[in-house]
Design a protein around this ligand. Structure first.
Ligand code: F6P
Length: 554
């Protein structure tokens, strides 16, 4: 029996709804009081990650029912089809074979019948050759000076992941080559990225799977003009590389074919961190460290394919996300890394999860009758404790929180001049203590705040009722491998959720309308003569207001 058209009509879904009703009056305090071994039983490892999900509102019965739901939805089959290169991206007739990017040499990875493994290895080798050339100072610009700065021009999956990873792995960055990013079409971003750079020593990596994204092409054109103005038109080829699935378009832009790294249509932008979209990352941390990151991805991929659902962390965490979203009605999910360098992770996961599952139509074209992808948001701890944690603890909505914490400080901090390692240890202990305290406070509430069930307490303003779910992911330290493991864990959770909801987690048709509307409006804002406007009254008024403020005739 294949997966049902509407998962919410199944007995498995109804059983979970009934189960939630029975759990509605149960506090996490009760679950821990009734089961001293709870913390251990709801803690599991994948790779170097130890995942404690005991503060989620789950029992063994919950897990049983969620696994039954996964079975009814065909989650294992859909994950198997995904890693086998089947066209799971049904609306675009494509595979979603990001696991092939990190499957390692010699692994066969079919997409549409062809083995993509050799092509993946070839591009990794080409990436490594370019990275080594730049890191060794052998990559020279048009004037014979070594390249000392790389600017990644890209947006969405062509920026968020690589930028997050460059930041996260700052401890492993090259000591001479600077890596910068320009994604937004706001000119201030490119200006900032170029500030203090010497065109003669700067290489631009235009990263765009389609090589058609307006923001990226606008930034690339301005960067090209910046190079040409300083070094002449003939210098462009020496100062540009590209990462794209549309090689011809990159050549048409003026990029030397030898400097074009390949992407494939079976890799979605938000799933492309292990691909050449991370060329800038490989330049920053080097090919060896990049391979360590791929190995981290691979460890979680292996776990996904090897483990039965009840012992499969990406599956279980994806199911818990469905449990929180559809049966507790929590509209958002917070990701709170207790690591400054990992501070961009929530933004990357925002695209990964929300662009994957922000859908309202199932694969068969029928409208869903239940909520799908939540808002995924967050920020680094401890900073969040001084901005949104008030809401987390006492807001009228509940956001299940994923905390990520490392046992050791970033490896490059020790030996920093002027910073005593004892001080750094104290910093790190405080950082970790705050992470653990937040999870405890959210789960169990405030002791002086009484019994958490709305009892008549003297100071209700201070009362934290607790019973707010969270998961704590702990790893020894933030390394390339651990980063790969973390990202893979969330990539697969997104796919598992989409499989339960029956949506296509690998396309993004909803972004096209806004892009289509922006083109004509840009022309109407900029035209020398007053434009004929045919929009709604508000848009027409805004266009006129903007033109007036820019001193253009209306
Ligand atoms: O937001 C839509 C989107 O297509 C993303 O999926 C993608 O990561 C981004 O735009 C950039 O696309 P490209 O890499 O083709 O420039």
């Amino acid at each position: 029996m294949g997966p049902p058209a509407d998962i919410s009509t199944t007995a498995e879904w109804r059983a979970l709804a009934d189960h939630q009703g029975q759990m509605a009056s149960v506090h996490l305090r009760d679950l821990f009081a009734a089961d001293p071994g709870r913390a251990d039983r709801f803690t599991a490892a994948v790779g170097d990650l130890v995942v404690d999900w005991s503060r989620q509102r789950v029992t063994d019965r919950t897990v049983e029912l969620l696994v039954a739901l996964a079975s009814r939805a065909g989650v294992v089959e859909r994950m198997g089809a995904m890693v086998a290169g089947a066209p799971v991206n049904a609306t675009e007739g494509r595979a979603a074979l990001h696991t092939a990017l990190r499957a390692g040499p010699g692994s066969a990875a079919p997409a549409g019948g062809a083995d993509v493994g050799p092509g993946v290895q070839r591009e990794l080798e080409r990436m490594a050759a370019l990275a080594d050339q730049i890191r060794s100072g052998r990559k020279l610009g048009a004037t014979g000076q070594p390249i000392t700065a790389v600017v990644n021009i890209g947006i969405g999956g062509s920026a968020l992941g690589p930028r997050m990873a460059c930041e996260a792995l700052g401890a492993f960055r090259h000591d001479r080559v600077r890596c910068r990013f320009a994604s937004n079409v706001d000119g201030s971003e490119l200006a900032t990225a170029l500030s203090s750079l010497d065109p003669a020593e700067t290489l631009f990596v235009v990263s765009s799977k389609s090589f058609a994204t307006v923001e990226t092409l606008a930034n690339a054109a301005s960067a090209r003009a910046w190079v040409a103005a300083a070094l002449g038109e003939g210098a462009v080829a020496d100062h540009f590389a590209a990462v794209t699935a549309d090689r011809q378009a990159a050549v048409g832009f003026g990029i030397d074919p030898a400097s074009i790294l390949g992407l494939w249509d079976w890799v979605g932008g938000r799933f492309s961190l292990a691909s050449a979209a991370s060329m800038v990352l490989m330049i920053a941390i080097g090919p060896e460290r990049f391979s360590e990151m791929l190995a981290g991805f691979r460890a979680v991929d292996q776990h996904l394919t090897d483990r039965p659902p009840a012992a499969n962390l990406p599956v279980l965490l994806g199911l818990v996300a469905v449990w929180n979203r559809n049966f507790w009605g929590f509209p958002t999910r917070a990701v709170i890394p207790y690591s400054s360098r990992l501070g961009l992770l929530p933004a990357h996961l925002g695209q990964l999860d929300m662009e994957s599952n922000g859908k309202q139509v199932r694969l068969d074209g029928s409208p869903v009758s239940y909520p799908t992808g939540p808002v995924v948001w967050g920020g680094a701890g401890t900073d969040g404790q001084h901005s949104f944690h008030q809401w987390l603890h006492q807001g009228t909505d509940i956001a299940p929180a994923d905390f990520i914490v490392f046992a050791e400080p970033d490896p490059d901090l020790a030996g920093r001049p002027g910073l005593d390692s004892r001080d750094l240890d104290r910093h790190h202990d405080l950082l970790a203590a705050n992470c653990l305290a937040q999870a405890e406070a959210l789960a169990f509430g405030s002791a002086e705040g009484g019994d958490g069930d709305g009892g008549d307490e003297p100071d209700r303003h201070r009362r934290c009722a607790g019973n707010r779910p969270s998961t704590v992911i702990m790893a020894p330290r933030l390394t390339p491998s651990v980063l790969g493991q973390i990202v893979a864990l969330y990539e697969h959770q997104a796919a598992v959720q989409g499989a339960v909801w029956g949506v296509n987690s690998f396309d993004q048709p909803g972004v096209e309308l806004g892009k289509r509307l922006a083109g004509p409006i840009a022309a109407e804002l900029a035209s020398a003569d007053p434009p004929e406007l045919g929009h709604d009254a508000a848009t027409n008024a805004l266009i006129r207001r903007y033109r007036r403020l820019r001193g253009r005739p209306c």
